[in-house]
Design a protein around this ligand. Sequence first.
Ligand code: ZN
Length: 119
Amino acid sequence: MILFKSQELKAQFDNEITSTLRNLLYALAGFLKYTFGLDLEITSMVRYDAPVLIHWYKRAADISTQNFTPEQIQKTKDWINNNFLYGDIHHDSCIFEKAGEVVNGTTSTGDHLHVQTIK
Ligand SMILES: [Zn+2]
């Protein structure tokens, strides 16, 4: 099951993000439920606060890890990176970001997995 932190995020999921990202998120929701019995909770997707962020290009989503154990976070990150290649470029499709960490000028408000796609 996919949970959305806000109604705006649900609308972004349905209408704004790329189909490649949407397909990855559907697969991820299946993995989390099948493997750990966990729901996928999306806390952020499309953002215009920093143009350099992949969020601005509608190709990134942040997943809450509030209900995950450290082992579940690691296994989820590995599953995404092993199954979803970020094109031919050697970037990871999934990065764990801790609360308070500053990434590309934006401060993370809570522990999350940042997921991104090449298109
Ligand atoms: Zn992110």
